[in-house]
Design a protein around this ligand. Structure first.
Ligand SMILES: *[C@@H]1O[C@H](CO)[C@@H](O)[C@H](O)[C@H]1NC(C)=O
Length: 502
């Protein structure tokens, strides 16, 4: 058979087409792989500021009354080419009248749908190796101030990541120690042992640091600026050194009227609340010993959603039970136990709750409810438990009692809004064993010899004394396995394992 020239060309074309197709698909796959390798973000994306010197950043000021143009002027008077960046969440109103110079930038941090990405990214505007965070109202008296800060920074290189020059004001700058535990949702401030080396500051200061350090923080310019800055830096073990250099303030107090002060204080409070929410900090211990809570309460839903596979959402975030939830659980447990005791219902700490009491006399730090066993035959002794058969009851203290829909047990919720709860599991004795009629799909939900309950023994728990099975070690090892007290583990290690290194 003869192949015509045309047929030959056609065959060749088909073969070439196939080859191209194959090559393109290979290329696509390779690119896909490469793309996957690059999903891990790289800090090489950060712009590297090369120019020597310092950029002034003014971030915190009020729209309705501020001295930002004066602050800018005062720096430019010393050095006309001084780079200055004023950063605001939205376009200030009334408008900020800034000097029209190429080294003075107003940056709006709020994304704009018609603008390219870099426009709202402050790091794109800073070309110098260092930045100085400057509060509103600061007045510069000589070029030496900034230069000396820089000299001091270099002299302390490697030992501190920031240096601070106090701004003379009514309250002196305080050197604080800040310990943040994200796992415990907690920030603890205390007076630093040193007057110079601090991990947080309270008061007004000009803070100088490396540009690449500031913009490598997750949120470099969040407000309140110093609160946000020091939470992030203390988690990186950075320190700030207070210098002898200081700045004066042109206006003391900064805001002229008490109305404006009140307005500013309210805004500061709101931004602090938002910051702690964003950072997941629910309990703050202040340097004066006062405590502030930013978590759930009786009037809010609990801080975590429905628990799947015994693994609450916070464990996946490498966090433990929020401290407000632990407090609410302790309070509910104490309340319920008091009612059981006074109404003559025999109860005992059960399951994970008993385990926590055995380990450290408290709720396990990652647990999300409290379990108590009760004698079924004692239920009629307690009005609330008896009456709840016909529907849930909100008692005089706002706790909600209900018969659980999931099975034959009772549940007492912290409040109507907040569903943190204590579960009551009724058991009855049968041939020397404690048993019940419905079982949950948990290893520890099993029959056990009644002798563990004869007698019940007091055990310190959550700040009070509760009753527990005698010989609780054997009781727990029977239910959970040998060594369970000494070897903590998350409730469902197949889903999330406890990182024992930390
Ligand atoms: C950014 O911070 C991370 C740790 O938080 C560090 O490993 C990395 O080296 C830093 N990058 C730069 C450019 O400093």
């Amino acid at each position: 058979m003869r192949i015509t020239f045309c047929q030959g060309v056609l065959a060749l074309a088909i073969v070439i087409n196939l080859l191209i197709l194959y090559y393109v698909s290979r290329l696509q796959q390779r690119m896909l792989h490469r793309h996957r390798d690059h999903v891990q973000p790289s800090s090489r994306l950060l712009p590297v500021p090369q120019r020597p010197g310092v950029t002034i950043i003014i971030r915190e000021f009020e729209d309705f009354e501020n001295y930002v143009p004066d602050v800018v002027q005062s720096f430019l008077k010393q050095k006309p080419e001084q780079p200055v960046m004023v950063a605001a969440d939205t376009l200030p109103y009334p408008p900020l009248v800034l000097l029209d110079a190429p080294n003075v930038q107003l940056v709006i941090l709020k994304p704009a749908p018609d603008q390219p990405a870099h426009v709202c990214r402050p790091e794109m505007y800073v070309k110098t190796e260092y930045v100085a965070l400057v509060p509103d109202g600061v007045k510069v008296d000589s070029t030496r101030q900034l230069d000396r800060m820089l000299e001091e920074f270099k002299a302390n290189q490697g030992r501190v990541q920031m240096v601070a020059a106090p701004v003379q004001s009514l309250a002196p700058l305080q050197c604080l120690n800040l310990k943040v535990s994200l796992r415990k949702w907690t920030a603890e401030y205390s007076i630093a042992p040193s007057t110079r080396l601090c991990t947080a500051l309270k008061g007004d200061a000009v803070i100088l640091l490396r540009t690449k350090d500031l913009f490598n923080l997750s949120t470099p310019l969040a407000k309140p600026l110093l609160t946000s800055l020091f939470i992030q830096t203390s988690l990186r073990d950075w320190t700030v050194r207070i210098l002898d250099v200081s700045f004066s303030s042109a206006h003391q107090p900064l805001l002229s009227s008490s109305h404006n002060q009140w307005k500013a204080e309210n805004r500061a409070k709101a931004s602090r609340l938002q910051l702690f929410r964003d950072f997941g900090i629910k309990r703050v211990l202040l340097e004066d010993g006062k405590q502030q809570w930013f978590g759930c309460s009786k009037d809010t839903p609990r801080c975590f959603g429905t628990v799947h596979d015994d693994t609450p959402e916070y464990l996946y975030q490498n966090r433990w039970t929020p401290p407000c939830c632990l407090q609410a659980l302790r309070e509910t447990a104490k309340y319920v136990i008091n009612i059981l005791e006074t109404s003559g219902v025999r109860y005992w700490l059960e399951g994970g709750t008993l385990l926590g009491a055995a380990r450290h006399q408290d709720i396990i730090p990652w647990d999300y409810d409290v379990d108590l066993g009760i004698y079924l035959e004692d239920i009629p002794n307690c009005d609330l438990l008896r009456n709840v058969e016909s529907g849930s009851i909100v008692d005089e203290k706002g706790f909600v009692w209900e018969k659980a829909i999931e099975g034959d047990f009772y549940r007492v919720q912290y409040s109507e809004h907040n569903h943190l709860h204590v579960d009551l599991w009724p058991f009855y004795p049968k041939n020397g064993l404690m048993t019940k009629d419905t079982w949950m799909d948990h290893r520890q939900d099993m029959e056990f010899p009644e002798h563990f309950l004869k007698p019940l023994l007091p055990l310190p728990f959550a700040g009070f004394t509760a009753l527990a099975p005698n010989n609780y070690r054997s009781f727990l090892e029977l239910k959970f396995g040998a060594g369970v007290i000494e070897n903590p583990e998350y409730p469902n290690p197949a889903r999330k394992k406890l990182d024992k290194g930390k």
